[in-house]
Ligand binder design. Structure first.
Ligand SMILES: *Cc1c(COP(=O)(O)O)cnc(C)c1O
Length: 374
């Protein structure tokens, strides 16, 4: 049996007529740049997320740079961000001359350790980038309490956080909709994935919304009249057309992920040495990634590969140890939890189109690996 780590092709074949129709409409209209489907997707996405304004941009990484620029995370500003995340959660700061101040992860949730965040808040800190990794949000109540008390700007990196929820002031709020600005990625592997690069920025603040719209088109509101030094970062109309098709079934896709996650957890919890992720009480998860924490991680990955099973390591090296961030002065040992987890973590295949037999096969194969060696 072959179980790829990820494949968009199964979904395409299952809904080929809808996808083909959607992109053909765009070809026929010739409306490639900020076409009708972009505005339509922004409206639908804002309503699904429960937020006032949504602006489509070229990628999640661009969204982080534009958000950092607008919130003033530049020119020496210090901003708290996890060391254990995708590169873009910190490069957005460094690119604009801001200084990432790294925080270790919480071992249980694999998100930023909020106790460390609280300890590191100081008058020099301008903001926080909470990153909602893998399956649950960084606790947004704690983030917002700290932000309000210390006058910090919050840029939520919800690139992986589509549909995840966190309890804030007694209400369930979608990850990405609580901070000053939230961003999403529609990179193909993500919970809502496009057929190429795509991203979204959301806010409830009209002033920020107007700025975001200008920043994605070179800082203009009127053509060739530049109020800001902006970017060229628009959501492509073809990607918007694909995303509109996929948005109609996003709840079903999330439910299928949840079913596979339960199946994995049920099957894997009994295997000695294999740890699965737990979910906080104040979080509703969305299984963008299903991770296990295991001994002999690399040998297991090689074994699974030999049996036709794809896996991925998110992430093999925390950001404070990346060569490009050496100038920040961190060293090995500064963030022990992240440094340990990056050697134990392994992501298993997780997408709605997986079959129960495939999940069983992955679990059986993991069990046979540890059975042989245990
Ligand atoms: C995927 C991802 C991004 C970047 O999104 P792109 O659309 O690929 O640019 C940023 N942050 C996190 C946490 C991500 O997982």
């Amino acid at each position: 049996m072959q179980v790829p780590f990820y494949t968009p092709v199964r979904e395409y074949h299952a809904r080929k007529a809808e996808f083909d129709h959607a992109v053909q409409q765009v070809f026929e209209s010739g409306d490639f740049i900020l076409g009708e489907d972009v505005a339509a997707f922004e409206k639908e996405a804002a309503s699904w997320l429960g937020v006032k304004y949504a602006v489509g941009v070229a990628s999640g990484s661009d969204a982080l740079i534009i958000g950092s620029d607008i919130l003033g995370f530049r020119n020496g500003a210090e901003v708290l961000t996890p060391t254990y995340t995708f590169f873009a959660s910190a490069s957005c700061l460094a690119r604009l001359g801001a200084r990432p101040v790294f925080v270790d992860m919480d071992e249980e949730t694999l998100n930023m350790d909020m106790r460390q965040v609280a300890q590191k808040v100081s008058p020099r800190i301008k903001g926080i980038i909470p990153v909602h990794l893998f399956l649950q949000p960084t606790p947004l109540q704690e983030v917002m309490d700290l932000a309000r008390a210390n006058n910090l700007k919050v840029l939520e990196d919800a690139a992986e956080g589509w549909g995840m929820q966190s309890l804030v002031d007694g209400a369930w709020e979608k990850a990405g909709t609580v901070g000053n600005i939230g961003i999403y990625s529609f990179f193909p592997t993500k919970t809502l994935g496009a057929y190429g690069d795509a991203g979204l920025m959301v806010t409830d603040d009209e002033v920020l919304y107007r700025k975001i719209k200008m920043y994605r088109v070179h800082g203009t509101s009127t053509k060739y009249h530049h109020e800001y030094i902006g970017y060229n970062s628009r959501l492509d109309t073809l990607q918007a057309a694909i995303l509109l098709v996929k948005l109609t079934t996003t709840e079903k896709a999330i439910a299928a992920r949840e079913r596979h996650a339960r199946h994995y957890t049920e099957r894997l919890t009994g295997i000695p040495g294999v740890r699965v992720q737990s979910v906080r009480k104040d979080a509703h998860p969305v299984y963008y990634v299903y991770n296990i924490l295991v001994p002999q991680r690399d040998a297991l990955a090689t074994y699974l590969k030999g049996k036709g099973i794809g896996t991925t390591i998110y992430y093999p090296k925390p950001l404070h140890l990346q060569p490009c961030f050496a100038y920040l002065g961190y060293k090995e040992g500064d963030f022990p939890v992240s440094e340990r987890i990056c050697k134990e973590i392994l992501a298993l295949p997780m997408y709605p189109e997986l079959t129960d037999d495939e999940v069983d096969y992955v679990c059986d194969t993991i069990a046979s690996f540890y059975g042989k060696r245990g």
